[in-house]
Every structure is written in structure tokens, then in C-alpha cells.
Design a protein around this ligand. Structure first.
Ligand SMILES: CC(C)(COP(=O)(O)OP(=O)(O)OC[C@H]1O[C@@H](n2cnc3c(N)ncnc32)[C@H](O)[C@@H]1OP(=O)(O)O)[C@@H](O)C(=O)NCCC(=O)NCCS
Length: 172
């Protein structure tokens, strides 16, 4: 079993892996188009030439990156593949000199083993503005926010007027 950076021909396999866990809300659904567009974010897990897992690192800036879409096929789970994917994604974050990695999950125990600790969603406005504010489960979210590293003190948001916001400015 080994990890490597994904390339475009992997997109279809990545889509299948994510789709298997998105109908019950375990993973955010990703369209094939979205995966192709962001394929450089992805790492795949291979065994004997077959793709059996994937995960992505989305970069917000050196203050924050997010691990998302991480999954190992059901028959391959429990053999260290998930940990290998985490190691590769964390190494990628280090290469980009990212100070904090976040993720949202319903399986916090797995990520605690990888050094992640619970956080408050409001500490991660980049993520809220990217995904959560358009999520139908925004007000009944059952995911836990987790971080590894130094919590960000600012956010880089999409609106041109607010492109860089200190976190105190967002506090209610
Ligand atoms: C979570 C997931 C990626 C883990 O992959 P995996 O290949 O089974 O993980 P590993 O074999 O590397 O497990 C590493 C350790 O974490 C534990 N672990 C694995 N999945 C776990 C889970 N869901 N909850 C708690 N602990 C878990 C393993 O028992 C193992 O413990 P050990 O080191 O004491 O033996 C995989 O179970 C999966 O794809 N789940 C469905 C999708 C999902 O939930 N993704 C995360 C959503 S953000």
C-alpha cells in the first residue's frame, strides 16, 4: 500500500470512493467536475495498482488548510491506509508551511489518534464561508471541528471588500 499525488485519470475512482460515503452524510458530496478541477488537492492510496482510498488537502493560506474527502474503501479499512493518507496530507501541509490543519468529521476518534483536537466552528471562518453557509445542515450540524497546530488569528474570505479579516472583527 502506498500513497501518491492524484492525477486526472484518478478522478473517476476518487468520485466513486467519495460517493459511497456521501449519501449518508459521512462525506460532503463532490461532483466529478469538482474533483477534476481540484484533482491537485488529492492524494490517492494504491494497492497493487488499484486505487483503494483518497483524501484531499484544501489550502486557504499559510494560516489554514483543511483535510477533506478522506476515505478508504470498506474492504481495505483497518490496515493502516487511512493513517498513510493522513501522513501524506499532513506532509503536504508542512511543505506549504501551513500553521493549522482543520477538518470536520463525525469520526473524531480516528483523527484524535493523528494529533487533532476539538475546536469551535467559529474559530474557522474560512471553512464556514467556503462550505457551511450553503449547507442545508448548517443549523443542525452533527460534525465536530478539529484542528492540529496553531489556531488562525485571521481569515482570508472570498468577498473582495473583506479579503483579509482579523478574527476579532467577526466575533458577535
Ligand atoms: C476513517 C477511515 C479513513 C480510516 O481508515 P482506515 O484505513 O480504516 O484507518 P487505519 O487502518 O489507518 O486506522 C488507524 C487507527 O484508527 C482506528 N480507526 C479507524 N477508523 C476509525 C474510526 N472511524 N473511529 C475510531 N477509530 C478508527 C483504527 O482502529 C486504528 O487504530 P490502531 O492504530 O489502534 O490499530 C475509514 O474508516 C473510512 O474511510 N471511513 C469512512 C469515511 C469516513 O468516515 N471518513 C472520515 C470522514 S471526515
Amino acid at each position: 500500500m502506498r500513497t501518491r499525488k492524484a492525477t486526472l485519470p484518478d478522478a473517476k475512482h476518487i468520485h466513486e470512493l467519495i460517493s459511497a460515503y456521501s449519501s449518508d452524510g459521512t462525506l460532503l458530496p463532490r461532483t466529478l467536475a469538482e474533483i477534476c478541477e481540484n484533482v491537485r488537492d488529492f492524494v490517492v492510496l494504491e494497492n497493487e495498482g488499484r486505487i483503494i482510498g483518497c483524501g484531499a488537502l484544501h489550502l486557504y493560506g499559510t494560516h489554514l488548510a483543511e483535510i477533506r474527502s478522506i476515505t478508504v474503501g470498506p474492504r481495505a479499512q483497518g490496515h493502516g491506509g487511512g493513517s498513510k493518507l493522513m501522513k501524506a496530507l499532513m506532509a503536504e501541509a508542512k511543505r506549504h508551511r501551513v500553521d493549522c490543519i482543520c477538518l470536520f468529521t463525525r469520526a473524531p476518534e480516528f483523527f484524535s489518534r493523528q494529533g487533532f483536537v476539538m475546536a469551535r466552528r467559529e474559530d474557522l471562518p474560512d471553512k464556514i464561508y467556503k462550505d457551511c453557509h450553503v449547507c442545508p445542515r448548517f443549523h443542525r450540524c452533527d460534525e465536530v471541528a478539529m484542528v492540529r497546530g496553531k489556531l488562525p488569528t485571521f481569515a482570508i474570505l472570498p468577498e473582495p471588500a473583506n479579503w483579509l479579516v482579523k478574527l476579532e472583527a467577526l466575533a458577535p
